[in-house]
Design a protein around this ligand. Structure first.
Ligand code: AN7
Length: 402
């Protein structure tokens, strides 16, 4: 059993109320379990496959879930990049290996399951791309309609392709993500669609399993978890999962939560560095990493708590640093990620150069989305294939040239 609790004033609400904000003070809600009475059999978790649903005792879903077999993503030891930059214990959890190619699937299996549990008949979101791709697929699996709002011209090709192919009603607005989120929020409140952006606290319940899996795969607690930050939901979710394990007596310390943003879109970084009580929204965020092109992160208050309570930090990286790390991950490690995802590893490199990170730290970077999400940004960085006549001499001379 669980309740919804306001992170600011502590007001609590029954589990079946459809709410995206505290009705008393307007702040964010979180799912709270009665952890003191919860019996977790750690050995039973270990016997289940690595997946979101391995941890079902601390998830809110009580019906058979709407699942596409999400989670269970690989944790890679970044040996070459680690050697290059001087970090022997650097890991990447490749969330691009989820069913629709991003970590959003962990949130959507729980979120769409909750839509069904709460007897909602349609779902909606605003998205920089991945959320829409994931919602479209999970709504298809559930057999209910989905509406998605995208910032026109600013969503990577693969993500739009997915949302369209999975049958969502896809609408592009002449405005940015932050405006799209306001609009869809209004639509959901006035017309009863179920909102599945990360203001929906159930989404974050699914996403917290990234951290739980990483612990199980590593066989221990990392010193630092590093995540790219857009709406700041994912870093908040992973932190929440860890706090629950602490309450359950299954973990005795929490990694330093570290958020990375693009320098053209970095309101959380600013709030952390300037010790601001809250994030000041940026009006015109811009970055090649369109997934995290977000100026008014809705989960900022949760993320600031996560970073501050764990003695973590935040840093920004330039588009050039992001793209250089995207290439390094692809060419030195065989790991294909989209630009936003490379930001986490690029941020580690930067923080190490700045002397913020210690060389002995065991670090898990979450790489959030797959290379194929944004083929256009990939093609722009690479030389095109050489086209030759179909004979061996032409092939040999081409190989000599390249
Ligand atoms: C690849 O799809 O916001 O800080 O609408 O797609 O939890 O927002 C995507 C976000 C990182 C940032 N990496 O996570 C959306 C959307 C990738 C992402 C983030 C996103 P949050």
């Amino acid at each position: 059993m669980y309740r919804l609790v306001c992170v600011e004033c502590g007001e609590s609400f029954p589990p079946d109320e459809i709410l995206y904000n505290c009705t008393r003070c307007g702040h964010l809600l979180a799912v709270e379990y009665d952890l003191a009475t919860l019996e977790i059999d750690r050995a039973a978790w270990d016997r289940r496959p690595l997946s979101v649903w391995r941890y079902r005792e601390i998830l809110p879903v009580s019906i058979p879930p709407v699942s596409l077999q999400e989670g269970g993503t690989p944790l890679y030891h970044l040996t070459r990049i680690g050697e290059d930059i001087g970090l022997p214990h650097l890991y990447a959890k490749h969330e691009g290996m989820n069913p629709t190619g991003s970590f959003k699937d962990r949130g959507m299996t729980v979120g769409v399951s909750m839509a069904m549990q709460l007897k909602k008949t349609s779902v909606a979101c605003a998205s920089t791309g991945n959320t829409s791709a994931s919602l479209a697929a999970y709504a298809a699996k559930a057999g209910i309609p989905a509406v998605v709002l995208l910032p026109a011209g600013k969503v990577a090709l693969g993500k739009v392709a997915q949302a369209l192919m999975h049958g969502a009603k896809v609408i592009s607005i002449r405005g940015n993500f932050d405006r799209a989120l306001e609009m869809v929020h209004d639509l959901c409140l006035s017309h009863g669609l179920y909102l599945l952006n990360s203001v929906n606290p159930f989404r974050l319940e699914g996403q917290k399993t990234i951290g739980l899996e990483a612990l199980d795969q590593l066989g221990g607690i990392p010193d630092r978890m590093v995540l790219p930050v857009g709406n700041a939901g994912n870093i908040s979710a992973v932190y929440k999962g860890f706090t629950e394990l602490v309450s359950l007596g299954l973990m005795d310390r929490i990694p330093m939560m570290t958020g990375i943003q693009a320098s053209g879109s970095s309101p959380v970084v600013r709030a952390v560095h300037e010790h601001l009580p809250e994030v000041i929204p940026e009006r015109d965020p811009e970055t090649v990493a369109t997934a995290i092109r977000i100026g008014a992160p809705v989960n900022a208050e949760k993320a600031l708590t996560a970073i501050r309570r764990t003695n973590g930090t935040a840093a920004s990286v330039t588009d050039q640093e992001i793209l250089a790390m995207q290439r390094d991950l692809a060419r030195k490690e065989g790991i294909g990620v989209e630009p936003a995802s490379a930001a986490s590893v690029a941020g580690v490199k930067k923080l190490l150069d700045m002397g913020v990170i210690d060389r002995d730290e065991r670090i898990v970077c979450v790489v959030t989305g797959h290379l194929l999400k944004d083929p256009e940004t990939v093609i722009r960085q690479c030389d095109p294939p050489l086209e030759i006549d179909a004979d061996l001499p032409s092939l040999l001379s081409a190989l000599q040239r390249s």
